[in-house]
Design a protein around this ligand. Structure first.
Ligand SMILES: C[S@@+](CC[C@H](N)C(=O)[O-])C[C@H]1O[C@@H](n2cnc3c(N)ncnc32)[C@H](O)[C@@H]1O
Length: 258
């Protein structure tokens, strides 16, 4: 019996991913994106997977679909995007139609912890999603099963430093319902699921640079001044937590042996 707490669709759609919040995030990260570095970082990471045209990719927690659209349009990949937030998926579906990519991208409402497909994907890609998932052992077991032998896993995620954390960071994590782990803990989860050639990189310095560029962008977004100040403060706090070593950002890749 597994008693790990689960983040639900209701929780996501009524807290962090209200439609209004999603659109605000999008205005900071850039069109179709809700993750650090927006299109530029996504493009770089997708290219780093070096997938053959026509390869089948699962984008776990696809959000507004930005990465999935890039993979299909610029890299000629076949993409399945899944997401647990109905609000996010409704916006992504409108964008998919507007982009005319329905022949190469399929979007589906699904919880990645419930994935039950076997050996279907040449690659599994995910950007800043697993922070929402407490049961990391089950997560990587599902991803491993879904991937074809020889397949590649690539993801980024919010991570943390070793405890004890500052009270402020503890409160932030609890309020968001995040389940964070260190880059070393991630490497162990990935290895325990059976993946090989694991690379777990701490990219916190880059995260800080991205946060600072995003904070500068907040100045240019039309919004009420009180909302702007609140948002700027949130971004400044992320930088402070990252500099203090509590909040971290990781880039991970691994292979499923042939
Ligand atoms: C920070 S957003 C990132 C979205 C997208 N990957 C991007 O780069 O723009 C995190 C996404 O993970 C999704 N998510 C959270 N838990 C999930 C789960 N168990 N299964 C699938 N998606 C999930 C959320 O609904 C949200 O869209």
């Amino acid at each position: 019996m597994n008693d790990q707490p689960r983040v639900t669709q209701d929780f996501l759609d009524s807290s962090q991913y209200l439609e209004s919040s999603i659109l605000q995030y999008e205005s900071i990260y850039g069109e179709d994106f809700v993750s650090p570095g927006g299109r530029e970082v996504a493009s770089e990471l997708i290219a780093s997977m070096e997938l053959d045209p026509g390869s089948r990719v699962l984008d776990v927690g696809c959000g507004l679909g930005g990465s999935a659209f890039l993979m299909a349009r610029d890299f000629d990949l076949q993409v399945d995007g899944i997401d647990l937030s109905r609000n996010m998926l409704a916006l992504a579906e409108q964008k998919l139609t507007a982009n005319g990519l329905s022949d190469r991208v399929r979007l589906q409402w699904a919880d990645c912890l419930e994935l039950d497909c076997c050996a279907q994907y040449d690659a599994i890609y995910s950007r800043d999603v697993f922070l929402h998932i407490a049961d990391k052992a089950r997560l990587f077991e599902r991803l491993y099963a879904a991937m074809r032998p020889g397949g590649r896993l690539l993801f980024t995620d919010y991570c943390c430093g070793a405890k004890p954390w500052s009270d402020e960071f503890d409160e932030y994590v609890q309020e968001r319902g995040y389940s964070l782990c260190t880059t070393d803990e991630y490497a162990r989860y990935i290895a325990n699921a059976g993946f090989e050639k694991i690379c777990a990189q701490d990219e916190t310095e880059r995260f800080i640079n991205l946060l600072q560029a995003e904070e500068a962008r907040i100045e240019l977004i039309p919004m009420p001044e009180t909302a702007r100040q609140k948002m700027k403060l949130n971004w400044q706090k992320k930088v402070q937590r990252a500099r203090a070593g509590d909040q971290r950002w990781g880039l991970f890749s691994a292979l499923k042996a042939v």
